[in-house]
Design a protein around this ligand. Structure first.
Ligand code: IMP
Length: 194
């Protein structure tokens, strides 16, 4: 069976994709291929960062690979935190970063935001991009304890709960990451491995 690398160290994410591609691909993660490099994410867009990760693996391991990059984009903050979502305040601390967003949004009437994921699939020398977006609103105070990152302050359009009030199953049906992943999976299933 054709091998495909998911450029992640997250075992949970890997298992999810493995289940979806069970009969089509043998899905390996960075740990499985012995890649311990902290692949630099120096791009200025989600697509660039995802492509840096996928192409690193393809170049160094001669294996097809996909990688994802995500973040929160807030209209009133010129689409920040964007690619800086994980370290918006300078530190990788979800609580501190969420508080910085709330502080910057104080008194702001326009509370429109979106979560966005871009997946890059490197197949040989070809790069295919898949995008998932979910629009929503930023609250003034956090609500809910599930999830991670900015989940407690984000209410997706059409719902009256934050991502942090939803079960993981519920969030996984509608999230930006799930939408991008669905596009990737249907592309991989349509295409015969070459
Ligand atoms: P990653 O590219 O999936 O690692 O996401 C980068 C950062 O974006 C995370 O560290 C979070 O701060 C934020 N983020 C991405 N997806 C989500 C989400 O589903 N909920 C909350 N925050 C997220």
């Amino acid at each position: 069976m054709r091998e495909l690398v998911f450029a992640t160290n997250n075992q949970h994410k890997t298992q999810e994709v493995r289940n979806l591609l069970l009969n089509d691909y043998k899905v390996l993660n960075l740990n499985d291929i012995g890649c311990t490099t902290d692949i630099p994410e120096t791009g200025s867009t989600f697509a660039e960062n995802a492509t840096l990760k996928s192409s690193y693996v393809t170049e160094h391991y001669q294996l097809d690979c996909f990688a994802d990059d995500s973040g929160l984009e807030i209209e009133a903050l010129n689409q920040e935190p964007g690619i800086f979502s994980a370290r918006y305040s300078g530190v990788k601390d979800d609580q501190v970063n969420l508080n910085l967003v709330l502080q910057k949004m104080e008194g702001q009437a326009n509370r429109k935001a979106r979560f966005r994921t871009v997946i890059s699939l490197m197949r040989g020398t070809e790069n295919f991009l898949f995008e998932g977006i979910i629009n929503g609103t930023i609250l003034e105070r956090p609500i809910g304890t599930q999830g991670f990152g900015y989940d407690p302050i984000f209410v997706p359009d059409g719902y009256n709960q934050t991502f942090a009030e939803m079960s993981m199953e519920q969030k996984n049906q509608i999230s930006h990451r799930a939408l991008a992943m669905k596009k990737l999976i249907s592309f991989l299933k349509e295409q015969k491995p070459v």
